[in-house]
Design a protein around this ligand. Sequence first.
Ligand code: AMP
Length: 181
Amino acid sequence: MPLAPTDLDLAQRLSRLIRDVPDYPKPGILFKDITPLLGDAAAFAAATDDMARPFEASAVTHVVAIESRGFILGGPIAQRLGAGFVPVRKPGKLPSATRREEYALEYGSDALEIHADACDSGARVLIVDDVLATGGTADATRRLVNALGATVVGLSFLITLSFLPGRERVAGTPIHSTITF
Ligand code: AMP
């Protein structure tokens, strides 16, 4: 369920600040390094503005962001939307009682956790991360939010890798991506 088309000019300008790192963190992966974009004040602000804008009228109460680059983008987006911030982390990192969701990787599985009291059934959640690749991470996060009884009103990514099936994996939820490769 894609939202309105992204600002192509903005996407082109921002994509020049994303560095491709071949074979990181392992052979065959082309890593999208967003640190040059984050280090440019105007680009960082423009990126988080664009990621928030489609959800301004969605009455978002909480931005749920995924460790760790999602945190960097999710903070400014939460503030722009007048929403709270909720971290989703790898197992064992959150200090209080958690809910956990497992998700499949190419080899094996991983898990994500959220604080069990992070939001309740009245919450309207925007999920934020830097990259949508296979969609496993975002889908597990969506299940975590649903398990708390909250409503996922959208997903916002800086980058979508369109040659991978992430969009299909998170179908049914409005999705926005500033840049698509
Ligand atoms: P996935 O669950 O396959 O959609 O992967 C999404 C998560 O993995 C995000 O939290 C990204 O930060 C990270 N990720 C996956 N692929 C890449 C990539 N090519 N470059 C940078 N980060 C990636």
